[in-house]
Write a protein that binds this ligand. Structure first.
Ligand SMILES: Cc1cc2nc3c(=O)[nH]c(=O)nc-3n(C[C@H](O)[C@H](O)[C@H](O)COP(=O)(O)OP(=O)(O)OC[C@H]3O[C@@H](n4cnc5c(N)ncnc54)[C@H](O)[C@@H]3O)c2cc1C
Length: 303
């Protein structure tokens, strides 16, 4: 048996797509094909998939909504797993929520607000999944998801592939737009500790945050902020001051509305976006002697 035969044996054929364009699964709408792509139908399939990849030394990539991903045009070798409906659930335990990693943040936030649970309101407009948010320690308006984490459940892909592990918040190593979760495995669930609040005032606050976001952010396809903010200075302001706003390579443009967003104006390639990122980094380096670090995750092979 080879990897593909075992994969089909494990899941049944129709779930597995071959040469699936990642442009269909990223908010930038760019990116080459994944060798194998699937959305697991059952939670129990994850451990078996992790150990199969380990056994055959097949690279494994997990994605959520692809809202922080730049996949190069050469695509992704091995297996890409997207967490879908089997990982979308929210169970309440008093002031805690046990949440599946495929749950979208906007859905989680509106559920928490309606149930009178406070803490997540500023994050309601972030378009990713909970799993992607934990990897990135996603945040907005001074709140980060890591602050609310009590424990994270993941399926090991590094050591004992396929084993379930529980990590405390301290073990997740949350910092500004990073955690050490990516190296450890596939996040399947999180337990969040929230506070009691009044649904009406929480709802009002959540709407205010959302309106502020709609006012600031461009509507064209993007991956949100491209670069991390260097200490003390928002990347967008530095890029604008260095003359980067509106700059274009192919179909990619530094948004005239928000300089830390690169938008796909139609027909952009990953190469256009990477070339534009390099130009922006060059401008900021020349003007401020600062090296902007990408916030977006750049994966996949060159063509
Ligand atoms: C319009 C727009 C606005 C945005 N605004 C914000 C903002 O205000 N604040 C902010 O922090 N971000 C923002 N983002 C970026 C993005 O939405 C967040 O980083 C989000 O948390 C990513 O989630 P995702 O499910 O899309 O992850 P993906 O992009 O699919 O993946 C991101 C990384 O996480 C890994 N990953 C995903 N799921 C799992 C899992 N279950 N287990 C293991 N690894 C996993 C992937 O391999 C990848 O390395 C914005 C993006 C857009 C398009």
């Amino acid at each position: 048996m080879n990897f593909e035969q075992e994969l089909i044996g494990l899941l049944g054929g129709p779930e597995i797509k071959k040469d699936e364009p990642m442009a269909r699964h990223t908010s930038w709408k760019v990116g080459g094909a994944a060798d194998y792509f699937l959305v697991p139908r059952k939670r129990e399939q994850l451990p078996a998939l992790a150990s199969l990849c380990k056994e055959y030394e097949v690279p494994l990539t997990v994605i959520g909504n692809g809202t922080n991903l730049l996949v190069r045009e050469g695509g992704l070798r091995g297996l890409v797993i997207k967490l879908g409906p089997a990982f979308q659930y929210i169970d309440r335990e008093g002031l805690k929520l046990r949440v599946g990693a495929g749950t979208s943040l906007p859905h989680l936030v509106s559920g928490a607000v309606a149930g009178g649970l406070a803490g997540l309101e500023p994050l309601g407009g972030i378009p990713g999944t909970v799993g992607g948010a934990l990897i990135m320690n996603a945040g907005a308006f001074g709140t980060y998801i890591g602050e609310l984490v009590e424990e994270v459940m993941l399926v090991d892909t590094a050591g004992e592939a396929g084993e379930l592990r529980l990590l405390t918040r301290e073990e997740c190593g949350f910092k500004y737009r990073q955690s050490n979760l990516a190296r450890q495995g596939i996040i399947s669930e999180v337990l969040l500790q929230l506070r009691e609040g009044d649904p009406v005032s929480l709802g009002r606050r959540a709407r205010e945050y959302q309106e502020e976001r709609l006012r600031r952010h461009p509507r064209q396809p993007s991956a949100g902020s491209v670069f991390k903010n260097p200490p003390g200075s928002p990347a967008g302001r530095l890029i604008e001051a260095a003359g980067g706003k509106g700059l274009q390579v192919g179909g990619a443009q530094v948004s005239p509305q928000h300089a830390n967003f690169i938008v796909n104006r139609g027909g952009a390639t990953a190469g256009d976006i990477l070339a534009l990122m390099a130009k922006v980094q060059g401008l900021v380096k020349e003007k401020f002697n600062l090296e902007l670090q990408p916030e977006v995750q750049i994966i996949g092979e060159e063509v």
